[in-house]
Design a protein around this ligand. Structure first.
Ligand SMILES: NC(=O)c1ccc[n+]([C@@H]2O[C@H](COP(=O)([O-])OP(=O)(O)OC[C@H]3O[C@@H](n4cnc5c(N)ncnc54)[C@H](OP(=O)(O)O)[C@@H]3O)[C@@H](O)[C@H]2O)c1
Length: 245
C-alpha cells in the first residue's frame, strides 16, 4: 500500500481519530465522518464531512465527496473503516428509551450496512486492493449485562462482515473484510462506562478495575496495531484482536 484512500466513520475523537492520524502520517488520504471535527487532523490529505450517522438521508453526500476525492487519483488501496458507535443506552433493556435504542442501532449497524453497500457498489470495478473493516468489540462475542443494544449491534455487524466476506471471497479484486477487536482503549466511551454507578450499570466495576490495573491502552498505540492489521490479510470476515499484534 503506497497511496490509500480511507473512508472512516467516527474521526472526531477516540480510536477513529487516532487511526485517521496514523493513516495520514503514513501519507494516505482520509475522508472522516462524524458530527464534530477533530482539531488534531490538520493534514491537507484529511477531508471531513460533519454528518450525523442517524441521518441516512445525507449519505449521498458521502458518495459525492468520495467521488471528488478519488477522481483522477491513482489510489492503490481503497478502504472503508466502520468505526463510529454510541455507548448509550446502557441498562436493562426495559429501561432503555426507545429513541436511544433506535439511534444506537442506526449508528452501529444500519450505517455500516449502508456505507458498506455504497462503498462496494462505488469501487467494485476498481482493480486494486480493497477492504471493508468493522471496529468490533469483545461485546460481539460475549454477552455483557446492561449492554444488550451495544452487544446486539456488534454481534450483528460481525455476522454482516462475515457474510460480505463470503460474497466477496471468490471475486477477482474482491473486497477483503475484517472485524477488529481493539481491546479496552482510553477514550470517551471507556470513560463513560467507568463513570456509571453500579446500580445503573452492572459492569462499571469491571471497567474501573481494568483501568486501575493498567489494562486500558492508549488510542495511539492501538492505532499503530490497527494499521498493521489493515495491511495484513486474513480469512474473509475474520475477527482479529489487537492483542494478537
Ligand atoms: N474504547 C474502547 O475501550 C472500545 C472497546 C471495544 C470496542 N470499541 C469500539 O471502537 C469504536 C470507537 O470507539 P471509541 O472508544 O473511540 O469511542 P468514542 O471516543 O466515543 O468515539 C466515538 C466516535 O463515533 C462518532 N459518533 C458517535 N455517534 C455518532 C453519530 N450519531 N454520527 C456520527 N458519528 C458519531 C463520534 O463522533 P461525534 O460525537 O463527533 O459525532 C466519535 O468520533 C467503536 O465502534 C467502539 O464500539 C471501543
Amino acid at each position: 500500500m503506497k497511496n490509500g484512500f480511507f473512508l472512516i466513520t467516527g474521526t472526531s475523537k477516540g480510536i477513529g481519530e487516532a487511526v485517521a492520524q496514523k493513516i495520514l502520517q503514513e501519507g494516505h488520504t482520509v475522508l472522516g465522518i462524524s458530527r464534530n471535527r477533530s482539531d488534531l487532523l490538520t493534514s491537507p490529505n484529511y477531508h471531513h464531512l460533519s454528518i450525523d450517522l442517524t441521518d441516512t438521508s445525507r449519505f449521498n453526500q458521502i458518495l459525492e465527496q468520495t467521488n471528488k476525492i478519488v477522481e483522477g487519483q491513482p489510489f492503490d488501496f481503497l478502504c472503508l473503516i466502520n468505526n463510529a458507535s454510541a455507548t448509550e443506552p446502557m441498562g436493562p433493556i426495559e429501561a432503555c428509551p426507545p429513541e436511544a435504542i433506535e439511534a444506537h442501532v442506526k449508528i452501529g449497524l444500519v450505517a455500516p450496512m449502508l456505507l458498506t453497500s455504497l462503498f462496494i457498489k462505488r469501487f467494485q470495478d476498481e482493480k486494486v486492493r480493497k477492504k471493508v473493516v468493522f471496529i468490533s468489540s469483545g461485546a460481539a462475542l460475549h454477552p455483557l449485562a446492561d449492554m444488550s443494544v451495544y452487544c446486539g449491534s456488534k454481534a450483528g455487524s460481525l455476522m454482516f462482515g462475515k457474510v460480505i466476506g463470503a460474497e466477496q471471497k471468490d471475486k477477482e479484486y474482491g473486497f477483503e473484510v475484517v472485524s477488529i477487536g481493539p481491546g479496552m482503549v482510553e477514550t470517551g466511551m471507556q470513560q463513560a462506562v467507568r463513570s456509571k454507578s453500579d446500580v445503573d450499570f452492572a459492569m462499571s466495576g469491571y471497567f474501573r478495575q481494568a483501568y486501575e490495573e493498567g489494562k486500558v491502552q492508549e488510542p495511539e498505540l492501538v492505532a499503530e496495531k490497527i494499521f498493521t492489521i489493515l495491511q495484513n490479510t486474513y480469512e474473509q470476515g475474520q475477527y482479529v484482536s489487537v492483542s494478537e499484534i
